[in-house]
Design a binder for this molecule. Structure first.
Ligand SMILES: [Zn+2]
Ligand SMILES: [Zn+2]
Length: 498
């Protein structure tokens, strides 16, 4: 992906290259054919294990026919049994994590809880990967390496849900005191990650390969995945053949959305600092006012969306932070703005970046000020779900959960404007499916539909989920996704072509 570099003091575009669905598809396709042979042998071992006569197993090996379908519905029954047994403990961990959230790269207590639980299950655990990240490996014979990722961080905001286990945590952050809350639901992600691990360890005779369970810090700042990759995630622990992750949202608990192709937007964070000339508020003619400059920019920059971008193509630009001045009678010498953009294509992404640059330079030029400083603070690529794995996962999950609980969205539909730095792992070459698991109260969802008043969503101080159905669904989805690619009959034809 070609990135503009002019004028960016801290441009960090090297990680913003997104693998195309076509190239990922061909990578995974090649891997799948390698598994085919290996799985033929695995299937034979498995039949022996289940006590079938040797003659019959020999017959199966000698005929290179497609695999007997792995029945995801039957596997889900076994997963549900494990989750039913583990749920009381998982619920206690959920409520503990929810009431003790930690901000990005501060997840020390959180990481220790996850590491301890994973060690107790027999995982080989490495802590402090990418500052506070955790990597837990579980080797179970010859087969693919499958990554399952959770994020761990909370948000710098006050929770107002009124739940008995609501967070009241406050910490110093960027020079001031802030509340911290799991208002994006990463606490649920951690617990269904633990639940999936429990299920897969309990069912280790059903699959072959290596589990690579990754707990990522600082997802909200878009820095965690990059930090883990830079700390050798894929060189120290190996590059996974497949990757899976899921996010909780406010759609009805138990319903999972599977978005093929573009899932969530490229997310860039840009800082624009206007340089003025400070002075007395009563004598503006002796200074250069950076606040009027920045105010022009805030309104004019929206014309990049309304006048320059094709209205049929998605793209968002928001000025979310405007910091300038200390008192009403002082003209400050600078104004600092932070802008986020959300886009799905290189063309629109480049248009946004160049539009911000032109508008900022124009606003400064109008005021006779020097050119503003423009810095790319964070650049996260778009998250593209794998073209081969995603429809396969949708069919596999429909068979397990029922078609009414799996909502497959084709690649032609637009993705979500929210950013998600799991995209960094995909861009690093891990073919993946990123799921969206409902956690919302179904009755509240129905009321919202009726009244047109939307439910509080992720990042709202009122965002809350029904923990049990959300966590059980997320754990089931992730455990089944692993079985789909590492199960003894992973190449099952029944899981294709829905
Ligand atoms: Zn979030
Ligand atoms: Zn999130």
């Amino acid at each position: 992906m070609k990135r503009p570099t002019n004028g960016y003091a801290t441009a960090s575009f090297q990680n913003s290259k997104t693998a195309s669905p076509a190239s990922m598809s061909s990578i995974s396709g090649a891997r799948n054919s390698a598994f085919w042979t290996r799985n033929g042998i695995q299937r034979m071992k498995n039949f022996k294990h289940r006590g079938l006569p040797a003659l019959f197993t020999g017959l199966i090996l000698s005929v290179s026919t497609p695999a007997i379908a792995l029945d995801s519905a039957a596997e889900k029954v076994r997963i549900d049994e494990v989750l039913a047994k583990e749920y009381p403990a998982l619920d206690a961990i959920y409520k503990d994590l929810h009431s003790h959230p930690e901000l990005g790269f501060q997840e020390v207590r959180t990481a220790a809880i996850l590491a301890k639980r994973m060690r107790a299950m027999g995982f080989e655990v490495t802590e402090r990967v990418g500052q506070t990240g955790v990597v837990a490996m579980f080797r179970n014979g010859d087969g693919p390496t499958v990554m399952v990722r959770t994020d761990m961080d909370g948000l710098p905001m006050e929770e107002k849900t009124g739940l008995p286990y609501a967070s009241r945590v406050q910490v110093p952050w960027e020079g001031k005191q802030t509340y911290v809350a799991h208002s994006c639901g990463h606490d649920a992600h951690m617990v269904w990650w633990l639940g999936a691990a429990h299920a897969l360890v309990s069912m280790k005779k059903e699959w072959r390969g290596t589990l690579m369970f990754v707990a990522e810090p600082a997802e909200e700042t878009g820095k965690g995945a990059k930090a883990m990759i830079a700390d050798g995630l894929f060189t120290r622990f190996g590059k996974p053949d497949f990757g899976f992750a899921a996010h909780v949202g406010n759609r009805p608990a138990g319903v999972t959305l599977i978005k093929d192709g573009p899932h969530s937007a490229a997310s860039d964070l840009i800082r624009v600092t206007f340089q003025g000339k400070g002075g007395h508020g009563a004598r503006p003619h002796l200074g250069i006012d950076p606040i009027t400059m920045a105010a022009h920019f805030v309104s004019d920059v929206q014309t990049v969306i309304s006048r320059e971008k094709d209205p049929d193509i998605a793209g968002v630009l928001t000025v979310g932070s405007f910091i300038a001045g200390t008192a009403g009678n002082i003209i400050p010498d600078q104004a600092e703005l932070q802008v986020t953009t959300r886009t799905f294509s290189t063309k629109v992404r480049d248009l946004m970046v160049s539009g911000i640059e032109r508008t900022a330079n124009g606003a400064a030029a109008m005021a006779g000020a020097p050119a503003p400083k423009i810095e790319m603070l964070i650049a996260t690529p778009a998250l593209i779900n794998n073209a081969e794995l995603t429809p396969r996962a949708a069919a596999f999950m429909k068979n397990a959960f029922g078609a009414d609980r799996i909502n497959y969205i084709p690649p032609t539909q637009p993705g979500s404007p929210t950013g998600e730095d799991y995209a960094e792992f995909i861009a690093a070459g891990v073919p993946s499916v990123y799921f969206n698991v409902g956690g919302g109260d179904p009755i509240a969802n129905a009321t919202a539909k009726e009244t047109g008043v939307p439910m509080p969503a992720n990042h709202s101080p009122y965002f809350s989920i029904l923990p049990e159905p959300a966590i059980k669904t997320g754990a089931g989805i992730l455990a089944l996704a692993v079985l789909m690619v590492a199960g003894d009959d992973q190449s099952a034809s029944s899981a294709k072509g829905d």
